[in-house]
Design a protein around this ligand. Structure first.
Ligand code: ADP
Length: 442
């Protein structure tokens, strides 16, 4: 088992990992930038070390500084959290070269799944349904044949894409060339890889994803689904589990396929297969080879600590769970709390002058802020997550409404009121919403 884990992240996820370590009796090292000296994850860790100036590029993405910090503190594992270096194949490789364990999958799996074209091929081979697509876009005739087959609209996507970047929806035939050029330019700039591909654009799908957990002995379990269709600019805002749309047969069917695909490449650790779901059909989009922001809703309905499981499997332990141990019970919803202007969505960093967290039965707050803390302007605007759990969806929504009302964050703007409005809409209350929900919401 690990003796000391360096957490290569900040904010609520650094705290989440730290808490799991503490319960497993593992010491923690926090890294931080100069701007994060007074951050909660620094205050709570056993040791902390500054890895550079405020900009993420110079600190949380600074691989040499992070490896030096791990070596100096004798850490035997590095947890990347999500975002930052969590899906950086080179980072995982360098860590292994230093005889430190990367708490995530093998670097090779990050590479394979990091390329969405390769990932789709693996899924196709394992009979996991994928979005109809065209990978070779050099040939105009093939593009035309593809469009004739799937019909417009289509979407141009970056093979190495993430965070909603490098995507262009095409509704008119004459816009295709420009869309490809601009997607390529954005992909090159964001991912240093200008490879793009085409997909049929599904117009009213839900975003439904399946959580998997695998050990190094070939044991894999799936932990149900999450509906993450409430998104703005392809970024998730609210997630829930389970999805009322899925029958237990449908859930089992897709979960079994996911399990086979994951087994076929010998994947280890936690991972998520993301799908679009339309007219009762699943269409695989991509796999995330890391812990996700929205993992708490799965933890609430399964009662399984995903971060502890992730650490245990990375330590080489056998899964202590089989598929029949995994039972989904009740309902969970997560609202991402962002420091941003409620209308313009422009980030709203600054000092939190008053802070009060909601509590009570079935309420969980994963955040790393406190009264007097200054939210720095350099990083993502998500400052925390509010999660509620109840016996059923209706009660879970009522509980979320109550918890949002209790949540007080003064001094900065947040999206708390927006969440209050969203969960009270008819579409949300009935569960009849799809990925277009936010485009008509005001
Ligand atoms: P990223 O890795 O950049 O987040 P994804 O492939 O996960 O990109 O897609 C993000 C979101 O973009 C999806 O949740 C969905 O809302 C939208 N999207 C992507 N591909 C399609 C598609 N073929 N049809 C409709 N919407 C899509």
């Amino acid at each position: 088992m690990f003796k000391k884990i360096l957490i290569a992240n900040r904010g609520e996820i650094a705290l989440r990992v730290l808490r799991a370590c503490r319960e497993l009796d593992i010491k923690t090292v926090a890294i931080h930038s100069e701007a994060d000296e007074s951050a909660m994850h620094v205050r709570m860790a056993d040791e902390s070390i500054c890895v550079g100036p405020a900009s993420a590029q110079s600190s949380y993405l600074n691989i040499p500084a992070i490896i030096t910090a791990a070596t100096l503190t004798n850490a035997d594992g590095i947890h990347p959290g999500y975002g930052f270096l969590s899906e950086n194949q080179r980072f995982a490789e360098i860590i292994e070269e230093h005889n430190i364990k990367f708490i995530g999958p093998h670097s090779n799996h990050i590479k394979i799944m990091g390329n969405k074209i390769d990932a789709k091929k693996i899924m196709d081979d394992n009979k996991v349904p994928t979005v109809p697509g065209l990978n070779n876009i050099a040939n105009k005739k093939e593009i035309n044949d593809f469009i004739n087959k799937v019909k417009l609209p289509i979407i141009v996507k970056a093979a190495s894409g993430g965070g909603g970047k490098g995507m262009r929806v095409v509704t008119n035939h004459e816009d295709i060339e420009n869309a490809i050029i601009s997607a390529k330019t954005e992909a090159k700039k964001s991912f240093n890889d200008d490879k793009v591909y085409l997909e049929k654009f599904l117009t009213t799908p839900k975003h439904i994803e399946i959580q998997v957990l695998a050990d190094s002995f070939g044991n894999v379990v799936t932990l149900g689904e999450r509906d993450c269709s409430i998104q703005r600019k392809h970024q998730k805002l609210i997630e829930e589990s389970p999805s009322d749309l899925l029958s237990s047969n449908k859930r089992e069917e897709i979960s079994e396929l996911c399990k086979k695909a994951v087994l076929s490449i010998g994947y280890e650790g936690v991972g998520t297969l993301e799908f679009l779901y339309e007219n009762n059909n699943f269409y695989f989009m991509e796999m995330n080879t890391r812990l996700q922001v929205e993992h708490p809703v799965t933890e609430m309905v399964t009662g399984i600590d995903l971060v502890k499981q992730q650490i245990l499997t990375a330590a080489g332990e056998k899964l202590n769970l089989t598929q029949k141990d995994i039972m989904m019970k009740g309902h969970a919803i997560e609202c991402r709390i962002n420091a941003e202007h409620p209308e313009s969505f422009v980030p709203s960093p600054g000092k939190i002058t008053q802070y009060h967290e909601p509590g009570g039965l079935g309420v969980r707050v994963d955040a790393a802020i406190y009264q007097g803390y200054s939210v720095p302007p350099h990083y993502d605007s998500m400052i925390g997550k509010l999660i509620t759990y109840a016996d059923n969806r209706k009660e879970c929504i009522s509980r979320m409404k109550r918890a949002l009302e209790e949540y007080i964050i003064m001094g900065i703007n947040t999206n708390i009121q927006m969440h209050q409005k969203i969960i009270m809409t008819e579409e949300f209350k009935t569960g009849k919403y799809d990925i277009n929900f936010m485009s008509t919401f005001n």
